[in-house]
Design a protein around this ligand. Sequence first.
Ligand SMILES: Cc1cc2nc3c(=O)[nH]c(=O)nc-3n(C[C@H](O)[C@H](O)[C@H](O)COP(=O)(O)O)c2cc1C
Length: 180
Amino acid sequence: MKFDKVLEGRRTIRRYKNEPVEKDEIKKVLKAASLAPSWKNTECWRWYVVTEEKLLEELKQNGLAVQNQPKVENVPCLIVAACETGLSGRDQDGEYASNTIGEGWSYFDTGLAVENLCLEAERLSLGTLIMGIFNEEVVRKMLSIPESQHILAVIALGHPDVEPPMPKRRKLKETAVFFE
Ligand SMILES: Cc1cc2nc3c(=O)[nH]c(=O)nc-3n(C[C@H](O)[C@H](O)[C@H](O)COP(=O)(O)O)c2cc1C
């Protein structure tokens, strides 16, 4: 698939077929995520991949926001995106670079990786849904995620059962300033 087709074709998918995703495909999307740039190549992102039926159901029912639960009804795989804190955003002395957003760079790095993951899923004709609202405490406990990591999102991965149109985008003049 051509890059522009992948880029334009990726959509947030809110209805999935009741079909499994191959382990090999899951590995491919995570590999794509790992190709993202990161602060000093620290790769602070961490992934928790849930396909085991009972745990998956528990995560859907207790970990996700109520409004997201119906959207992932048939999803065979949920990937929790977290980041190890204290790696990104450090200067030569190991201090947070003073002119920056500190730990925010971990979120920045992980966001880049998540987009790679979503684009690779699209290339494989899989759909994704990034969920920013979830029960942090429940997800952490359920998956034994250490306190040193911040949990950023839960990502659904599966076979799309809808073909949503692209939601309207802002005009470039609303988001970009050109100094020419
Ligand atoms: C950080 C983040 C959190 C999001 N959280 C949710 C969510 O909880 N539920 C949901 O249905 N969509 C969620 N979305 C999806 C956005 O609504 C979606 O990306 C946006 O409407 C643009 O649509 P598109 O992804 O098809 O281009 C989230 C997206 C991002 C990047």
